[in-house]
Design a protein around this ligand. Sequence first.
Ligand code: NAI
Length: 269
Amino acid sequence: MSYGLLKGKKGIIFGALNEQSIAWKVAEKCHQEGAEFILSNAPIAIRMGELNGLAEKCNAEVIGADATSIEDLEKLFDAAIAKFGKIDFILHSIGMSVNVRKGKHYTALNYDWLEKGWDVSAVSFHKVMRVAYEKDVMNDWGSILGLSYIAAQRTFPDYNDMADNKAYLESIARTFGYFFAEKNKVRVNTISQSPTMTTAGSGVKGFDAFFNYADDISPLGNATAEECADYCVMMFSDLTKKVTMQNLYHDGGFSNTGVSQKVMEKYQK
Ligand code: NAI
């Protein structure tokens, strides 16, 4: 069902890699709700070719940008200005840890890899907003979102240095959110999403157990990528104009549950 919540709105969606990606689902829903947007991803991800199918379906242009490169981002935002004038929303759905990929233990992190992952997963959010801010590309009452995970607040050992990256990402949302609100009433938030079966998600060691545990703890069960996309649409719509500088849990109640009956029963056996 579509409500026309984003009719006339323009945006940029970063991070759709394949059909499992959260950003992919966000793009589909934003299209259904009447938005026009550019799809962006790292050039290497675009070369994999899957994004073209989504672009066709959503009538969107694909523009490559390494989100850690100010030069690439400047070119992307210039293209957005040429196409749309100003824009109303940005989704940053980007994450990668080299230490996670290469199975390096948290207590023995490789710091070059840490810096790379930090730049891709957290600082790139600052870079995206910095370029948008300096180019004055956001319409008043626009909305910018990043995606986070509860490992920013609580320890999940195998989430490794991504936990620290997410804490940094959430902090950037608060601080930049202040300045963007002052500049032209743009809101900046992160959505803290349940474990989700995607390329980035399943790269975490023991992801299946992780996923099932969260599902058993959460009274409403894990939130899916589609449900996350619904939440993003609401955050891009005019129905959430005064929500800013928040980390918003979208996790079926996980973050506020100590233990659930389902988990208790497993221990009572
Ligand atoms: P995904 O693997 O589909 O998306 C990650 C995206 O980051 C990919 O499209 C990848 O190409 C892009 N990317 C990596 N390096 C880049 C760079 N240098 N420049 C531009 N783009 C780059 O996985 P998913 O799960 O959809 O991830 C999206 C966001 O959601 C990430 O921030 C992730 O940490 C977050 N998240 C994911 C959860 C999960 O369990 N899957 C849970 C909570 C948050």
